[in-house]
Ligand binder design. Structure first.
Ligand code: FES
Ligand code: FES
Length: 154
């Protein structure tokens, strides 16, 4: 049996799933549908999760590559009592969510960025999100949201 930790919970799966996309395992087997399937080929970022703390596009990660690792999805970001993560709240307050399809991936990518660089410049934020597509917002509010988060949590 293989083991994976998702949002702090340990799951086991047999070798028949090793080639399954991590994205599909998360959505179909674990029924965590917050992680979105946009393009399925690594081009849009909607499927972004953290694997051992690093943002990865889960549609291009075979489950076998995540064996023994710790995965965090958007469902694992809020606190135990259901309070949104401050970055999620900042996205809402900055108007960075319209249809919301890109948002889980944006949040995960944003968390990765802020972990590596707690005070990114506007240009650094823009660059960090260059692999995450949004059809709705024009990106400005997403960058505003990260800046709002920084101001609030500093
Ligand atoms: S669904 Fe994975 S990058 Fe688009
Ligand atoms: S809010 Fe709709 S794709 Fe980003």
């Amino acid at each position: 049996m293989n083991e994976i930790t998702v949002n702090g919970r340990i799951y086991h799966f047999d070798d028949s799933l090793l080639d399954k996309k991590l994205l599909n395992y998360i959505r179909e087997d674990l029924e965590l549908t917050g992680t979105k399937n946009g393009c399925g080929v690594g081009a849009c970022g909607a499927c972004t999760v953290l694997i051992d703390g690093v943002a990865k596009k889960s549609c291009v990660v075979p489950l076998g590559k995540a064996v023994g690792k710790s995965v965090v999805t958007i469902e694992g970001v809020e606190s135990a009592d259901g309070t949104l993560h401050p970055l999620q709240q900042a996205f809402i307050d900055a108007g960075a969510i319209q249809c919301g399809f890109c948002t889980p991936g944006m949040i995960m990518k944003g968390l990765d960025l802020l972990e590596k660089n707690p005070h990114p410049s506007r240009e650094e934020i823009r660059k960090a999100f260059s692999g995450n597509l949004c059809r709705c917002t024009g990106y400005q509010q997403i960058i505003d949201a990260v800046e709002l988060y920084i101001v609030r949590t500093d």
